[in-house]
Design a binder for this molecule. Sequence first.
Ligand code: PGA
Length: 242
Amino acid sequence: MRIIIEKDYKAMSKKAALIVASQVLLKPKSVLGLATGSTPLGMYRELIEMYKREELDLSGIKTFNLDEYYQLPPDNPQSYYYFMYNNFFNHINIKPENIRLPKGISQDVKRECEEYETAIEKAGGIDLQVLGIGENGHIGFNEPGEHLRVQTQLINLTDETINANSRFFESEDEVPRQAITMGLGSILKARRILLLANGKKKAQAIKKTVSGYLTTKCPASFLQTHPDVTLILDKEAASLLS
Ligand code: PGA
């Protein structure tokens, strides 16, 4: 694992955007795995700026998002579909047909999950997967527990995640209890992985992520088995590393 520690959120976001941009410069038809949440917002803003300055052409990329809330329609402002268009896709020159997120309102979830895996494979696999991390060590919505899923699945969110994500909703009651997420196996198949974390609240999860131990209690710890993972942290998220 490569660990890059930056002084603050802005520096972390810039560094992440540079890595994503270099991936696209070297391979304009890159397949990118993308994440939602507050962590990657700064990175998306930097990428939009690079595109506006005509330093970056995103017309060739294909994207797959990590996850989507179950039964939130795309026009719901809390859906990840809405998030991605609002915060990134609407501001760059990506082709709409090259954008894919799990369909939260799918009638046949099992089929949707299978088709998602197939679509990633058909695209040639993910070149660079961007990840945030939950305070509980989840990546995507692969929550800590007895077992971790290999492939894209419908999962139950933990109380911790429902509580952490309630800040985006009017009340905790409105947070969906289930989501479709790429599995840990789907994530680990990516050729390169970039995980971003900032703030003190993430320090414990980051410590477990690089601990030298694998545990389903911290799904991100399995990233230690991947040959090309880069963590970009701000000082606070890195504060428990020796
Ligand atoms: P956050 O979420 O970026 O909003 O902290 C990260 C996550 O839960 O994966």
